[in-house]
Design a protein around this ligand. Structure first.
Ligand code: PMP
Length: 440
């Protein structure tokens, strides 16, 4: 039995006294699966080592940034060099220009880029820009999409036909909630109906073009094309939140895969190569509204600092020089096929959604095209499966409603071992042999 008297448990008990819930971000708290979160001490390639010296194959990758695996030698080298040179100036530096040049040079429709320090900052800022640019207040977002913890995004769908949102957290004013309109993912008619009544007031439609925050749920082409048309027709901005998908599903993110150009795009995760960087960018005419050339204020003491930017810049350079996307697709397809075999052997009809190196196994018959369907998954079973996998040395995201991330550091052997372990984890989980659950 793992999760008994471990150093993780000791640390977690200390942490709970001084950090709310013992964690600095709720997603890592194991709240959805029970038990004690693992405290890690080291990482290399696709392996994690915890404070009890147990090793895991990592399918979280720090929630996305480590598309190249942990401690890529080139990234480590630039970081070491940068630490010896300078870590922050609060003034311009060469690296931030090079990062912005690389991204604007490679991605259609991103003429200018502003660097921030997290995905949340990127989305909050992009929404402010959209409001400033259009002179409108309202934003359309989709149930099940996550855009960081900005007030305007922590909104749930109102009841019945009411599309105006209600706060999904205390601390958000009803006024803020009223400006967020909630629609269903992949339901273009719903969005059309909102535009019919509120079209003149909508500043932006915010969307994860391939959702990762209700588990992986890709958009249909018609849906994204329809959003593009509706926004253009009504003078609203289409904002792709590619914090998770940017540089992950393709270098140019979902926008490249679907061939659809949003007005603004937000990045995080990979653009920082494991250090805190986010960014938002888009057409010059929109981005020129940002301070100091325009009136929309947005700032950051550590924005563009050379240390964080060095990790992101080197990561993006490697992705340009040696694109891993074909290989990631092969590994993803192999894992998907293996999980389908595991599902069939278990006599079940579970659903697997995948886009390249992002994959989710839902414990229910599909399809899963939006949030309402995703929530039908058997999350108790997921929790048991998660712990069975953990015991077998596989670190999956500790929630049903997340994507597993494959990295370029994973090998075919890793994937095959994961499939084998998934087969035995599934039978143990189905038998209901709950181990290590419920103690946290
Ligand atoms: N947008 C999306 C699509 C995300 O997945 C996330 C984080 N998971 C965010 C925004 C927020 O990013 P951060 O956690 O860096 O603030």
């Amino acid at each position: 039995m793992v999760q008994k008297e471990t150093r993780s448990r000791e640390l977690f008990e200390r942490a709970r006294r001084v950090i709310p819930g013992g964690v600095n971000s709720p997603a890592r708290a194991f709240g959805a699966v029970g038990g004690v979160p693992i405290f890690f001490a080291g990482a290399s390639g696709n392996r994690l080592v915890d404070v009890d010296d147990r090793e895991y194959v990592d399918y979280v990758g720090s929630w996305g940034p480590f598309i190249l695996g942990h401690q890529h030698p080139r990234v480590v080298e630039v970081l070491l060099r940068q630490v010896e040179t300078a870590t922050s100036f609060g003034a311009p530096c060469r690296q931030e220009v090079e990062l912005a040049e690389l991204v604007t040079g490679a991605i259609d429709g991103v003429d200018m880029l502003r660097l921030v320090s997290s995905g949340t900052e990127a989305t909050m800022s992009a929404l402010r820009v959209a409001r400033g640019f259009t002179g409108r207040n309202r934003v359309v977002k989709f149930a099940g999409c996550y855009h960081g913890h900005g007030d305007s995004f922590l909104i749930s769908a109102g009841s019945g036909l009411l599309t105006h949102g209600v706060p999904s957290s205390p601390g958000i004013t009803p006024g803020t909630a009223a400006d967020t309109l909630i629609a269903d993912y992949n339901d273009l008619d719903g969005v059309r109906a909102i535009f019919e009544t509120e079209g003149e007031e909508i500043a932006a439609v915010f969307v994860e073009p391939i959702a990762g925050n209700m588990g992986v749920v890709p958009s249909t082409r018609e849906f994204l094309e329809g959003l593009r048309e509706l926004c253009t027709e009504h003078g609203a901005l289409l904002i792709f939140d590619e914090v998770m998908t940017g540089f992950r599903v393709a270098f140019g993110g979902a926008a490249e895969i679907y061939g659809i150009r949003p007005d603004l795009v937000t990045y995080g995760k990979i653009i920082g190569g494991g250090l805190p960087v986010g960014a938002y960018g888009g057409k010059k005419e929109v981005m020129e509204i940002v301070s100091p050339i325009g009136p929309v204020y947005q700032a950051g003491t550590l924005s563009g600092n050379p240390l964080a930017v060095a990790a992101g810049l080197e990561t993006l350079r490697i992705l340009r020089e040696e694109p891993p996307y074909d290989r990631l697709e092969e590994l993803g397809a192999r894992l998907e096929a293996g999980l389908r075999r595991v599902t069939a052997e278990a006599g079940e009809e579970w659903t697997i959604n995948r886009q390249g190196s992002m994959i989710t196994l839902f414990f229910m018959p599909g399809p899963v095209t939006g949030y309402a369907e995703a929530t039908l998954s058997d999350t108790e079973l997921f929790g048991r499966f998660f712990h069975e996998m953990l015991e077998r040395g596989e670190y999956l995201p500790p929630s049903q409603f997340e994507s597993w991330f494959i990295s370029a550091a994973h090998t075919v052997e890793d994937i095959d071992r994961t499939i084998e372990r998934a087969a035995s984890a599934v039978s143990a989980a189905v038998r209901g042999e709950r181990r290590g659950v419920g103690a946290g």
